[in-house]
Design a protein around this ligand. Structure first.
Ligand code: PMP
Length: 307
């Protein structure tokens, strides 16, 4: 039977025993940084492949650096623990790992200094996050910017911005929000980067447009380049998305999701376009360890057969 384990205060324990106190600084002030990592189950191999594990742990450490937080464990150790958790938990389905560095001190006072830190990892089964194709709207909420809380750091507190946008979208009958930045340019989804296709090229906002620098996005840019498709990073207007040939979103939770409608305008012919489809096919092969060329992106965690 699968059983979820968590890593907390330097120990691997059953998930239900992994508890924090009500005075924990991170709980009170949103002072934590985190990651989401997909473990993609390959039934034939009886193996879960952790997608770009090291890159996620490196981004965790970078997020912590932006918040001036110390990380107790090394990237190597965090990767080792992640594999151990997946192997011990023994799920035979896709999982989602949540590493976090958080201010664990049980003290009052808004600050980032002189508060104890810890890092934790837990995991959970995680089915599809978005439908196969997404209908989006432009959010009335603007993306937070680097001058407020840097979106380049994956800070838990920032996700109030994402949650406002996501809830507004869902309550208005859409699958996902597209957020503009304070300059009125397209930034990203509530938990995804965004790409459009125009004249055979991929176009995506720049890191300075207040986006999280996505690991899935970087992987898709690499796949596109290997297929001979160029990617341009530049500012995108909202209205440009309306006339794009294709639009898709990328993210750990969303994988690669075609966007078929924005603000009640059909994108292209309302179906995933040819470039999106080619990239998507290649991407889904890569993440389950089926494509040798990109094997380095997948860290295997093997099911432990217990009798
Ligand atoms: N933007 C935001 C706001 C996100 O939360 C995520 C998900 N981590 C992404 C983009 C996509 O990043 P990644 O591909 O690294 O998961």
């Amino acid at each position: 039977m699968p059983q979820s384990y968590a890593y907390l205060r330097g120990e691997i324990i059953p998930l239900e025993e992994a508890k924090i106190g009500v005075m924990t600084h991170a709980f009170n002030y949103g002072t934590a940084v985190f990651e989401g990592i997909r473990g993609n189950w390959n039934d034939e191999h009886q193996t879960t492949y952790l997608f770009r594990l090291r890159e996620h742990m490196e981004r965790l450490v970078q997020s912590a650096k932006i918040l001036n937080m110390e990380v107790r464990d090394s990237v190597d150790r965090l990767c080792e623990v992640a594999i151990e958790l997946v192997e011990r938990s023994a799920f035979t389905e896709d999982v989602y790992l949540r590493p976090m560095v958080y201010l664990s001190g049980e003290v009052l006072g808004v600050r980032l200094h002189n508060v104890e830190t810890d890092n934790l990892i837990f995991l959970s089964p995680f089915p599809a996050y978005l439908p196969e194709v997404a209908r989006c709207h432009t959010s009335t909420w603007r993306r937070v910017q680097d001058t407020g809380i840097p979106p380049r750091a994956k800070v838990t507190g920032i996700y109030v911005n994402s949650a406002l946008a996501k809830t507004e979208a869902n309550l208005n009958g859409f699958d996902e929000a597209i957020m503009l930045n304070e300059n009125g340019h397209v930034s990203e989804g509530s938990g995804e980067n965004i790409f459009m296709v125009r004249k055979g090229k991929l176009i995506t906002p720049t890191p300075a447009d207040n986006v999280l620098e996505g690991i899935t996005a970087a992987s898709v840019v690499q796949l596109a380049s290997d297929l001979g498709i160029e990617t341009v990073e530049r500012e995108i207007d909202r209205s440009e998305l309306y006339i794009a040939d294709e639009v898709f979103m990328t993210g750990t939770a969303a994988h690669l999701t075609p966007v078929v409608e924005i603000d009640r305008r059909t994108v292209g012919n309302g179906k995933p376009g040819p470039i999106t489809s080619r990239l998507s096919e290649l991407f889904y092969d890569c993440i389950v360890g089926k494509n040798e060329k990109y094997a380095a992106w997948c860290t295997p965690a093997r099911l432990r057969v217990t009798s």
